[in-house]
Ligand binder design. Structure first.
Ligand SMILES: Nc1ncnc2c1ncn2[C@@H]1O[C@H](COP(=O)(O)OP(=O)(O)OP(=O)(O)O)[C@@H](O)[C@H]1O
Length: 522
């Protein structure tokens, strides 16, 4: 890609960016949220959003020939595949149907011989065989006839890749943040797969915010900042700290909070008694927990063990049994609105389903829940209620600055924000509720290293300055250890053990595996 520039309604998001990738090479593309990574890849894959917004400037050469894919179909014909940040699978279809979608195998019938190929029959045996083959290449043992709906998110990612590698002419595979939704062990398996694909001669363009993965698996990297190329360099010649510095243009230090001793004699601020949550894939099976006022409690554990289900259950988003007491008062179960009324706010791990209003501006998205639930930003004149747009805008401007949301201003529609910046808008919305208890799930998933620090710093600041009680659920143990006062490890739907953040790696490892940790902890 040579001297690529792209403008979205007057806003230049790529400035003369060049990028080269060789056959079979694994090339990392890194940069802060909004740096222009997805846009660059969308250009290469011929995404309609590029061409419906005036196209781009610059030149693309593929296999030595000038090309300009005007649609994903054209890109695919050339041998380019792409797995997007958001899944593009059809839930009601089986794994095989999703892998073979639009490329179904058919076999002739008596009618088709006379009336043409449109009347050919689907060749299910061949389709199943191909799907199985693609899954095998990824070391996946899942049954190909299962429907995609209800599968754990990690599986979905592998199915998307299986779909790409089933294409026989695949030469270059673009992966936009493929590991953001994977657990650590799934991500490791995934990196092996990438290595295998590269050994097969397929070039990989890999976008991720996990710089350790970039270091581990790529041959070379390109760093973007604010739409410009900062550097392209062989990975062996740069370390992670330097990468982070080049991405954000400044040094990144890690977040730490002053850990508080939790006095178990004081009465709990939030108490969960025998909590059961029927969240598919993350069932909670009898959790008892006491959280003190002003505490940051971390919830850790392996995927599928129930840690994610706890906050979802407290919020009433999945059928829940047991009891939840806030400051000694019994909370209604299965009633999200009542939880919000009781000043409990939730930032969901489900980025797609978090309910951003994509065709509304940033400021309204930030204010929306507070407006609905708390009647904030409303002026009452006699019997009339008038939305105070000025204060909504003012509030948004402040929080955009605080969380460093990269946008053209509070009026910009959230649809046009990069993925990470959309996530920050969700955080801003939860904070606007000014809750007593903030539940945050995977708060830094998919956001860049600079923004990650900002989010964690914000949580620590809210806790210190407002004495806000925070329950943070995360698959990244390092992140939990940085900010939590105590960390509860969830295994098989129950609290396996509660550890101090400075407990040994061994203790955390054993607890996560559901093993007895007494020996190491003492
Ligand atoms: N369809 C669009 N219309 C207008 N602006 C857009 C559109 N898509 C992206 N942008 C803007 O282009 C810039 C680059 O966004 P892009 O999605 O390429 O960033 P990114 O580096 O992939 O970020 P992330 O890591 O958050 O996914 C951002 O400022 C974004 O707001």
């Amino acid at each position: 890609m040579k001297n690529i520039s792209k403008t979205y309604s007057g806003n230049q998001v790529l400035k003369n960016v060049s990028l080269t990738i060789k056959e079979g090479e694994i090339h990392g593309l890194v940069g802060e949220n909004g740096a222009g990574k997805s846009t660059l890849m969308n250009i290469l894959f011929g995404m309609p959003v590029i061409h419906s917004t005036g196209g781009f400037e610059g030149e693309i050469l593929f296999d030595g020939k000038t090309c300009n894919p005007k649609s994903p179909t054209e890109a695919m014909e050339m041998g380019i595949g792409m797995v997007h940040q958001e899944f593009m699978l059809i839930p009601g279809f089986t794994i095989t149907e999703n892998i073979k979608l639009n490329r179904e195998n058919t076999k002739p019938t008596t009618l088709s011989k006379v009336l043409g190929p449109k009347l050919e029959k689907l060749n299910f045996t061949k389709m199943k065989e191909d799907a199985k083959n693609a899954l095998n290449k990824l070391n996946m043992t899942v049954d190909e006839y299962l429907p995609v709906a209800g599968l754990p998110v990690g599986y979905m990612q592998f199915i998307e890749i299986a779909r790409e590698i089933d294409k026989s002419n695949l030469k270059l595979l673009i992966l936009d943040e493929p590991t953001a939704v994977l657990t650590e062990s799934e991500a490791d398996q995934f990196l092996d797969v990438i290595q295998n694909l590269s050994n097969m001669g397929i070039a990989i363009l890999f976008i991720t915010h996990r710089l350790d993965e970039i270091k581990q698996v790529t041959d070379s990297i390109t760093i973007l900042r604010d739409g410009s190329l900062v550097k392209s360099i062989p990975t062996s010649e740069i370390d992670i700290i330097e990468m982070a510095k080049l991405m954000v243009g400044r040094e990144i230090t890690s977040t730490t909070s002053d850990k508080k001793d939790i006095d178990s004699d004081t009465s709990p601020y939030l108490e969960l008694k025998d909590l059961y949550v029927d969240m598919p894939g993350e069932r909670v099976k009898g959790v008892n927990l006491q959280i003190r006022k002003g505490e940051i409690l971390g919830l850790g554990g392996l995927a599928g063990q129930g840690k994610i289900g706890i906050a979802n259950g407290i919020m009433g988003l999945y059928p829940t049994k047991g009891s939840i007491l806030k400051d000694g008062k019994e909370m209604p179960l299965n009633n999200p609105r009542e939880m919000l009324n009781n000043a409990v706010a939730f930032l969901s791990e489900d980025r797609k389903g978090v309910g951003l209003l994509l065709d509304e501006p940033i400021d309204f998205n930030i204010a929306f829940t507070s407006l609905e639930i708390q009647e904030k930003f409303i002026n009452k004149i006699g019997p009339f209620k008038i939305v105070d747009s000025k204060s909504i805008k003012f509030h948004a401007e402040k929080i955009i600055k605080d969380l460093d949301i990269r946008c053209t201003g509070p009026n910009q529609y959230t649809r046009f924000l990069s993925g990470g910046n959309q996530q920050k808008v969700c955080i801003a919305r939860a904070l606007t509720l000014n809750p007593d208890i903030l539940l945050v799930s995977e708060p830094t998933r998919g956001i860049d290293i600079g923004a990650k620090k900002l989010v964690l710093d914000t949580l620590v600041k809210l806790n210190q300055e407002l004495n806000m009680t925070i329950i943070i659920t995360s698959s990244e143990l390092a992140e939990l250890r940085q900010v939590s006062d105590r960390i509860a490890i969830i295994s098989e739907g129950k609290v396996h053990t509660i550890l101090p953040p400075d407990a040994s790696d061994e203790a955390f490892g054993l607890a996560m595996a559901g093993e007895d940790i007494d020996k190491v902890v003492s």
